[in-house]
Design a protein around this ligand. Sequence first.
Ligand code: ADP
Ligand code: ZN
Length: 208
Amino acid sequence: MVEEFAFDNTEERRKSRQSSGDAGWIEVIVGSMFSGKSEELIRRLRRAQIARQKVQVFKPTIDNRYSIEQIASHSGMTHVSKPVMTAAEMMAQMEVDTQVVGIDEGQFFDMAIVEAVNELARSGKRVIIAGLDQDYLGRPFEPMPQLLSIAEFITKTHAICVKCGNTANYSQRTSASTERVEVGASDKYEARCRRCFVPHSDVPTVHD
Ligand code: ADP
Ligand code: ZN
């Protein structure tokens, strides 16, 4: 069964009541490509802004599919964000009075992101980080497994298998590349279920 998390505004309310001395927490959103991770991240960030919390958003520069000054979902939702090369660079840009930190494409960060988000949460910030939990071969995609281990809250999102319509948990690469990082969208990947996923490159699904 697909597990859905219905977030009410409890988190925003808790955050706005907190004084700066209190601890924050980490929320991780993981799933395959097209599963709605960016949409869910943007939804939570918009709600935090409606609650008048100070929000800062980051994404690693490796992903240049869309304008680098924003995070974007495949359905066209966008949110401004700062491009950074490393976790250290993100920390250097962090402002003390920021209450909510949003991070997209977490799988493209270096391992230092794990300690960085721990430190942010310890200093009282709510950290929301989205990313792919598996690479194109279905292997855990570091640093997401480590982030899942330290998070207070985890949301798994699912796409729809383009071959059969079942719940999709995999990002099927449809180009021949064997690089772990091969940036692209529906030109190079499609969502597939466990049964339809072929760990090495497969031809794109043709719909008539
Ligand atoms: P992610 O960040 O997980 O890659 P996005 O939030 O960018 O996902 O995009 C999710 C949106 O992608 C969906 O709301 C839907 O409009 C679109 N979409 C395209 N292909 C699929 C698919 N196979 N399954 C589900 N949604 C899809
Ligand atoms: Zn399928």
